[in-house]
Design a protein around this ligand. Structure first.
Ligand code: ASP
Ligand code: MG
Length: 418
């Protein structure tokens, strides 16, 4: 008998019929003798609808109130699933984050989980109930409702699995696993059977929409095995785990792209100590994540600084940057929202040379200009003109032969058994 945490995303919860189907599957799984905790997202489109309502009033809402509002989609979904479970003769009990509680910091709209009490969930499990937990929500130290960022139910699921020391966390969505690239862009994209935490971390942070990045960080930190599966279908998915030698033989596991970033350039900033701090401190204080940063070689005591932020943060970031730039005496602030970031990711890059060069070569052969570059141990990213995203992803997928199943995978172990 295992303790399993399942997570169903918005598309699995899109209609009452689907919620009833989720309920049937949950009860079937429980019937196999397992304890089940089910984390759910809001019904498909609901969170967008709620955000749309606040946008009709203002682009800069009070974030405490914003979170109270956008978290309601999960309340509806959680209770509906519990009702569906009981209608089928099951025993269920829904819990919102504040009832558990799932504690978080006060970073409204993007809060981080700081701790989860397990007593109430354990008691309900002992009573033989399916515990249905609202994803996406937290409770801050002052008793305010917070939300965990878009896609935050994934993080709720992994965090609950870690807190309960669950045997497995299954994340159900409308994709059946982690792919070598977005199959909508690259028809030859392949599903990976196994993938390392770090690879998913990069792929997710780069815009491959499998799972929320914090969920992967959380899984990696607590070593929670996670299985990504397509809802309402049998079949294997992708298992995410620590990774091993065999997985590291694969140099590039996947190509990702991200069209959700914008570029901000501060032109002619005086090149002296403290400038970067003066520019980025206000952004950090406003909880705005800065991704790539490039500072040009300075000329006669002045330099240009370019960085990227998420699209949804652009108006706030621009306002803060303009204020800082004015104080610093910079010439001007420019923004560009027509960019995309394409990246190649793989644990095998650690031990293979020439991967970046091959990427630049492939992009140049396609006539694509590279505006910014960043690298880490297991990834290389390039910012390009957004209109070339599709072309770039396809060319990279081809250049690294990702459509072909790597010969090394699986073989040695199969041989050893003979
Ligand atoms: N409902 C939230 C969202 O749409 C959380 C989630 O789906 O994971 O972002
Ligand atoms: Mg979702």
């Amino acid at each position: 008998m295992a303790l399993i945490v399942q997570k169903y995303g918005g598309s699995s919860m899109a209609t009452v019929e689907r919620i009833q189907e989720v309920a049937r599957r949950v009860l079937a799984r429980q019937g196999e003798g397992h304890d089940l905790v089910v984390v759910v997202s809001a019904m498909k489109g609901e969170t967008d609808r709620l955000i749309g309502l606040t946008k009709e009033i203002t682009d800069l809402p009070n974030l405490r109130e914003y979170d109270s509002m956008v978290s309601t989609g999960e309340q509806v979904a959680t209770a509906l699933l519990a009702i569906a479970l009981e209608a089928l003769g099951g025993k269920a009990h829904s819990l919102l984050a504040f009832q558990i509680p799932i504690r978080s910091d006060s970073g409204f709209k993007d809060a981080r989980i700081t701790g989860i009490e397990t007593a109430r969930m354990r008691k309900l499990l002992r009573e033989g109930r399916v515990v249905v937990v609202a994803g996406f929500q937290g409770l801050d130290p002052r008793g305010c409702i917070t939300t965990l960022g878009r896609g935050g139910s994934d993080t709720t699921a992994v965090a609950v699995a870690a807190a309960l020391r669950a045997d497995l966390c299954e994340i159900y969505s409308d994709v059946d696993g982690v792919y070598t690239a977005d199959p909508n862009l690259v028809p030859e994209a392949r599903r990976l059977d196994r993938v390392g935490y770090e690879e998913v971390l990069e792929l997710a942070s780069l815009g491959a929409k499998v799972v929320q990045i914090r969920a992967v960080e959380m899984a990696m930190k607590h070593r929670v095995p996670v299985m990504f599966r397509r809802a309402f279908q049998g079949g294997v998915g992708t298992v995410m785990s620590k990774g091993d030698k065999e997985m590291e033989k694969i140099v590039v596991a996947g190509v990702a792209y991200d069209q959700n970033e914008c570029k901000i350039t501060v032109a002619r900033v005086p090149d002296r100590p403290g400038v970067a701090a003066a520019l980025f401190q206000p952004l950090a204080e406003a909880n705005i994540a800065v991704d790539m940063i490039i500072q040009n070689v300075s000329e006669k005591g002045f330099t240009d600084l370019t960085f990227t932020v998420r699209r949804e943060d652009l108006s706030r970031a621009r306002r803060l940057t303009e204020a800082a730039a004015r104080k610093l005496g910079a010439a001007k602030v420019e923004t560009d929202d027509q960019i995309a970031k394409v990246s190649i990711v793989g644990m095998g890059m650690r031990t293979h040379a020439g991967v970046a060069a091959k990427m630049f070569q492939a992009l140049s052969a396609a006539g694509i200009n590279i505006q910014m570059i960043s690298t880490s141990e297991i990834k290389v990213s390039c910012v390009i003109d957004q209109k070339y995203t599709e072309l770039a992803v396809r060319e990279l997928h081809r250049a690294f032969e990702l459509d072909k199943k790597p010969a090394a995978a699986g073989k040695p172990r199969a041989r050893a058994k003979k």
